[in-house]
Ligand binder design. Sequence first.
Ligand SMILES: O=C(O)CCC(=O)C(=O)O
Length: 257
Amino acid sequence: MTTSVTKLQENYNQQGFLSALPVLNGAELREARQAFSELEKEFEEYTQYSLHNVHLYPWVMGLSKHPRILEVVKAILGPDVILLDSRFICKYPTLKAANIQEKEENKADESKLPYVAWHQDMYWGIAGGPVLSVWLALDDSLKENGALQVIPSHCSGMLLHRQAVRPGNMLSVNQEIPEELVQVEEAVLCLLSAGQMSIHDGLLVQASDANTSQKRRCGFVIRYFPTCASLTEDPDRPRKFHATMLVSGTDQFNHFS
Ligand SMILES: O=C(O)CCC(=O)C(=O)O
């Protein structure tokens, strides 16, 4: 393992996330964006969040197994890795340019724009190992188009989640951690140029604001975990992962076969 990967590992273990790691070169990024625009035509509004298990498309599988991604993922999770789930999460520009100049008028609208409420990915109930999420930017991900934000301390265990109060939460079952349980003032923005990724631990508290800019914010989220981990059954949070896949090493546990 190279020194730089060891350093990444140390930083990840300390803060629960890493940001601005280069992944795609110019040609790879152009290809991915072109292929994504075909998907957008096919699925229209679903590209916003609900397009799950996109790694079943061969070009997306290529991204999920990109050597630069897997190098970092394996350094953290070990050699035997399962891809649990993947999805595109896109926030489109929703405010019209003319309206942007009239900020006051927009206030009410902004409060209804899609955003991601504070949550932890481990909400889905995983036992026996960590979950690591990769957030690969297909567009620049900036404060104004609603970049991912994280609270850099992932050792606090699972926090209470409830139904989100504010409309527009893009999470699948509208879950949120109440704001009084979150140290919002400690939030760090994961600012990314297109082609870079951030990664975060499944216990890290994270969210993102609405896109109030004229720039699309598209990210490809991929969740990985070690083969020793398994899903816990919870009737209140029924969730099926139909397309889990071994992406590195061997699986002696067969929790997903
Ligand atoms: O893209 C976002 O803003 C949120 C992503 C997210 O919730 C996740 O990676 O689990």
